[in-house]
Design a protein around this ligand. Structure first.
Ligand code: ATP
Length: 357
């Protein structure tokens, strides 16, 4: 189990506070993604876990033992970066064996070879044993890098954007392979990515970060369905959630062109009182529904077909809106359509981004 307690990191060269106060607990064998925009602090956390950086304050525990004062070599961690870092003059087998031939993990050459081959079988690279990295595809090189990390039998596997050098198709395949592999071995894995789809598809749980702060740590579906705040609601989802500024007057939440009757909302989804004032209403594209007794009528500006769905673009309340409809509705450009919304699925945020519904 990994426990991160009040972890703070200020880079001494420029005084930048990259991590504010991070608290996280990850379970044995769990696959956790660190997700967030560039600069939010993902790599800083990974480097602190690996011992490549020292924290300004706070603690990191593996199985209840603090590792803060432990040298990286003594933390029993496998690290894989995006740029493979394989030795070009060595064969695949030699690359994978290497960590077992030096330092405190050193074993006999014969044992190193046996262990290397055992892992190479699991990761499906045995047939590449005699090849040099230069003659292999990116996907194959990444598989070798991961095998080289696993052969040391680490307690924790840390992967920093391991797929970003691969083309889209290969990314998809290798990410499935990584999940299968780490689950098969049962190793606790932390995977850094800025790609929400990648995180959603492989994680047991996801940490979403922004500006050195954990915004939400949850199972993938909750990040989409129950975002903790406006940042998470905006970060998760493609097309992005539609947002409207609104004012509460009496029992209505009024945007420029339409009003939401608060009596229609689901009572137990309220997280607090809605006082008079300004709010931000979030409506995901799929929660606009075509209706015969609509909340508003609009002219559709353009239609984008994506498989079985159609994205309808229109303007309402000063916002450019995307809604998703079944392609069978056969909505055309310039057609006027009536929309209602799914009141049980919308979100309401305070102006500071905290969620109230
Ligand atoms: P990316 O996805 O771009 O790799 P990240 O989420 O991994 O981003 P970090 O690399 O952890 O972000 O960086 C967090 C913040 O700390 C950034 O604003 C970055 O500019 C800053 N930072 C990182 N390394 C240093 C350093 N050595 N000295 C000063 N500031 C740094």
């Amino acid at each position: 189990m990994i426990k991160i307690e009040n972890l703070r990191k200020v880079y001494s060269d420029n005084g930048y506070e990259a991590l504010k106060s991070i608290n996280l607990e990850m379970n044995e064998g769990e696959l956790v993604c660190l997700l967030g925009p560039s600069g939010c602090g993902k790599t800083t956390i990974l480097n602190l876990l690996a011992g490549l950086l020292d924290p300004t304050s706070g603690d990191i525990k593996f199985d209840n033992d603090s590792v803060i004062n432990k040298h990286p070599k003594d933390r029993n961690i496998g690290l894989v970066f995006q740029n493979y870092a394989l030795y070009p003059h060595m064969t695949v087998l030699q690359n994978v064996m290497f960590p077992l031939t030096v330092g405190k993990n050193k074993v006999s050459k014969q044992e190193a070879e046996t262990r290397a081959k055992k892992y190479m079988e699991i990761t499906n690279i045995l047939e590449l044993a005699d090849k040099k990295p230069g003659n292999m595809s990116g996907g194959q090189q990444q598989r070798v890098a991961i095998t080289r990390a696993l052969v040391q039998n680490p307690k924790v596997l840390l992967l920093d954007e391991p797929l970003s050098n691969l083309d889209a198709r290969l990314r998809l395949r290798i990410r499935e392979e990584i999940r299968r592999l780490v689950k098969e071995i049962g190793i606790t894995t932390i995977f850094v990515t800025h790609d929400q789809e990648e995180a959603l598809s492989i994680s047991d749980r996801i940490v979403i970060m922004d500006s050195g702060i954990v915004q939400q740590f949850d199972i993938p579906q909750n990040l989409y369905l129950e975002p903790a705040n406006l940042f998470v609601a905006k970060f998760m989802g493609n097309p992005i959630i539609n947002l409207f500024t609104a004012e509460k007057n009496g029992n209505n939440l009024t945007t420029k062109d339409f009003s939401i009757n608060l009596n229609l909302l689901t009572k137990d989804r309220f997280k607090g009182e809605l006082n008079k004032g300004k709010y931000i209403v979030g409506i995901r594209p799929e929660y606009f529904v075509l209706s015969q007794s609509p909340l508003f009528n609009v002219a559709i500006e353009s239609v984008e077909l994506i498989g079985k769905d159609a994205i309808l673009n229109f303007n309402i309340s000063g916002e450019h809106v995307k809604s998703i409809t079944d392609i069978n509705e056969k909505i055309q450009e310039n057609q006027t359509v009536g929309f209602d919304i799914d009141y049980s699925k919308i979100y309401i945020f305070n102006e500071d981004g905290t969620r109230v519904y």
